[in-house]
Design a protein around this ligand. Structure first.
Ligand code: NZQ
Ligand code: ZN
Length: 389
């Protein structure tokens, strides 16, 4: 472990069936005015909305709402929420939904008391808030992003064709508390469940495929990846399997709550490619990652053979006898491809609405990071995207 770090994660978690009952206690810690944030209506159909509203009413809170937060929330929706939050003199933002709703709540937290353009400040200049920020609590309904225990907030600007994530440095932007009841994820459409599974897996990959030193984080990551693979196979056959769904929910949180990135470098290029595809197509986040992953990993494999070999053996159980390192490494990716097909993940960006004509714009929208085994050029980004079509 070569890196130095500090570690603090202040999010209090309530996990398991019935854990919403703890919301009542949490609400006592905050002021009178609660802003309830949710998406396109799934929480009204499955009854979670009524459960949450009952608790808010019993606690005597004054509630305003921002409904209709879309998957891949936009800057326009953020500006709309800022106006509602100001008018309501909001004391607590309560997000009830998936990663989009939780991300949106955090973006709102840093924007309500900022009187300039939040897009320019947080997503173009990547500045930290220098104004008052509002506390956020989450009731999670979809496992995948890890947004319930991190300081990330991804916002899309459709006019600028950009989808950008800002991971805030200050841990007070992380949710103060999150309620994780796996039964809430049981009403997810299978497509979303599967997209979420790949999102979890790829978050771990992004932090694993970087660096050459021996560090504890990579061993934790291998265990998490094996748990995702195991649980995903069960959930794929029976989406109502509580044990599998609860393991997926818990793994999602640990995959991206900053723990497994400690003391090491990280890659995140699959997310940069996937987010650029998302900016142009508005496709489901996890599927954009799935569609670019194999071409990307196959392209960088020669630059990181030792780690891809370790991945093959420790995560996929590839037998190393009588094979070259390169062969073992490639077998690992082949096993990963087999698993992705078994789950029915999208493996081509063409299926998500991307076209050859869009490639130059997707390349333009792709931020190039330098933590992976090969720092890509724009031409290499274009090559990988064409391979993904
Ligand atoms: O809007 P509603 O009606 O609620 O429907 C949602 C939405 O259509 C539905 N859904 C959620 N829970 C449900 C449900 N439907 C039935 N039953 C339930 N229990 O699922 C759809 C997708 O929801 P969304 O919140 O968009 O999915 P996800 O959790 O994957 O979040 C995606 C967003 O998070 C960002 C992505 O870029 C994307 O914008 N990310 C955030 C990260 C972070 N904070 O660290 C990291 C990730 O890499 C990711 O980039
Ligand atoms: Zn992700």
């Amino acid at each position: 472990m070569l890196g130095n770090f500090s570690y603090c994660n202040p999010t209090k978690l309530y996990f398991g069936k019935g854990s919403l009952s703890f919301l009542e206690e949490e609400l006592k810690k905050y002021g009178q005015n609660v802003l309830l944030i949710y998406g396109g209506g799934s929480i009204k159909r499955n009854g979670i909305y009524d459960e949450v509203l009952n608790i808010l009413q019993k606690a005597g809170k004054t509630v305003a709402e921002v409904a209709g937060v879309m998957p891949n929330p936009t800057i326009h929706k953020l500006n709309e929420g800022v106006a509602v939050a100001r008018k309501h003199n909001t004391d607590l933002i309560l997000a009830v939904g998936g990663g989009s709703v939780c991300d949106y709540a955090k973006a709102l937290s840093v924007s309500v008391h900022y009187h300039g353009d939040p897009w320019e400040k947080y997503y173009i200049r990547f500045e930290e808030p220098d104004c008052e920020t509002l506390p956020v609590g989450c009731v999670l309904t979809m496992a995948g992003t890890g947004s319930e225990m991190n300081a990330g907030a991804v916002i899309t600007n459709p006019e600028q064709k950009l989808k950008i994530g800002h991971v805030f440095a200050d841990e007070k932007i992380m949710p103060r508390f999150s309620v994780l009841d796996p039964t809430y994820t049981l009403t997810l459409p299978k497509y979303q469940m599967t997209a979420g599974i790949y999102d979890i897996f790829n978050h771990i990959c992004e932090q694993y495929f970087s660096g050459e030193d021996d560090n504890t984080s990579d061993y934790i990551s291998e265990g998490l990846m094996r748990s995702v693979i195991h649980a995903s196979r069960i959930a794929n056959k029976d989406p109502q399997d509580y044990e599998a769904r609860s393991n997926l929910m818990w793994t999602a949180t640990w995959a991206l709550n900053t723990l497994v990135s400690k003391g090491k470098s990280t890659d995140w290029m699959v997310h940069m490619l996937g987010q650029a595809v998302g900016a142009l197509t508005d496709a489901t986040h996890g599927m954009t990652l799935a569609a670019v992953s194999l071409p990307y990993y196959r392209y960088i494999l020669p630059y990181g053979v030792a780690k891809f070999k370790r991945f093959a053996v420790n995560v996929w159980g590839v037998f190393p006898e009588n094979k070259t390192d390169r062969e073992i490494a490639e077998e690992g990716l082949a096993a990963m491809e087999g698993w992705m097909k078994e789950l029915g993940l999208v493996l081509h960006i063409g299926e998500l609405g991307a076209t050859a004509e869009m490639i130059p714009d997707i390349v333009k929208a792709t931020l190039i990071l330098d933590g992976g085994y090969k720092v890509l050029t724009k031409d290499e980004v274009a090559f990988i995207l064409k391979e993904s079509l």
